[in-house]
Design a protein around this ligand. Structure first.
Ligand code: NAD
Length: 257
């Protein structure tokens, strides 16, 4: 078991990638704190883990709220006694997030509050807990759009993921000698409720697939596998990485037929 005796907290663990990661981490021996802003979905993830024989507990947290982030980390320590893995996975991609000319102030504020401050608050309260546990692993979810200009613009989302990537590098530098590794998981396009908000026609989906050398979308399971590697001690010398799990999209210029 790759996460035996570890305690992991996953934000947005009622969603596609977060749920797969929670199930996988639990199968690999972790006790998992499942956090989400939608209670029903988070509780469902916990029920799935428990019915498979794993250990998990749910806490409601809106990651954009500092007090919620503090409470979610405190809950992990109180429930399981420590925290070793923090997976800041929660994020949004709003349907009204458009190009630079069209995107409104309220969409900018909402997107940055959840996607950027949400990761910052998770780290602000999670890092002291990881230090109390003697070290640990932080996985912050950025995106391939933090590296490449996207074909279908979602400007606030893209800017938010750039911020996650650079924030992660700085954290990786600051805490490495104290036993904390921090890496940015950069998924390529995955079919999920999040991407279905804007990849909502066959034409748009095909527009994106043109750029992916593997010619298909990724799966939440494939992202969870990447997160598992970063969470486990197998990645003990991986720190500050831009960890792409993207079917090659960030390596492609023009994809051959
Ligand atoms: P999803 O919509 O299925 O899951 C996101 C989860 O985050 C949901 O359960 C949602 O309730 C939760 N959430 C939203 N706002 C929150 C808040 N304020 N506080 C706490 N939880 C909140 O999406 P997903 O595809 O599983 O995405 C997970 C992560 O992966 C996101 O950070 C996303 O940006 C990133 N990502 C996804 C893709 C993709 O193609 N799906 C690509 C690159 C990056």
């Amino acid at each position: 078991m790759r996460l035996k005796n570890k305690i992991a907290l996953i934000t947005g663990a009622g969603g596609a990638i977060g749920r797969e990661a929670a199930l996988l981490f639990a199968r690999e021996g972790a006790r998992v704190v499942v956090s989400d802003v939608i209670d029903k979905n988070g509780e469902e993830t916990v029920a799935m883990i428990r019915s498979a024989g794993g250990e998990a507990a749910f806490i409601h947290a809106d990651v954009s709220k500092e007090a919620d982030a503090a409470a979610m980390i405190a809950f992990a320590e109180k429930t399981y006694g420590a925290l070793h893995v923090l997976f800041n996975n929660a994020g949004i991609s709003h349907k009204d997030d458009d190009d630079i000319l069209a995107t409104s102030e309220s969409i900018w504020d909402l997107t940055l509050a959840i996607n950027v401050k949400g990761v910052a608050w998770g780290c602000k309260y999670g890092i002291p807990a990881l230090l109390r546990a003697g070290g640990g692993s932080i996985i912050n979810t950025a995106s391939f759009v933090a590296i490449l200009g996207a074909a279908t613009s979602q400007i606030a989302y893209t800017a938010s993921k750039g911020a996650v990537l650079s924030m992660t590098r700085e954290i990786a530098n600051e805490f490495a000698r104290k036993g904390i590794r921090a890496n940015a998981l950069c998924p390529g396009p995955v079919r999920s409720p999040l991407t279905d908000t804007f990849l909502n026609t066959e034409e748009r989906r095909q527009r994106r697939l043109v750029h992916i050398p593997m010619g298909r979308f990724g799966t939440a399971q494939e992202m969870a596998n990447g997160a598992l590697f970063l969470a486990s001690d197998e990645s003990s010398f991986v720190n500050g990485a831009t960890f792409t799990v993207d079917g090659g999209i960030t390596s492609a210029y023009v994809t051959p037929e």
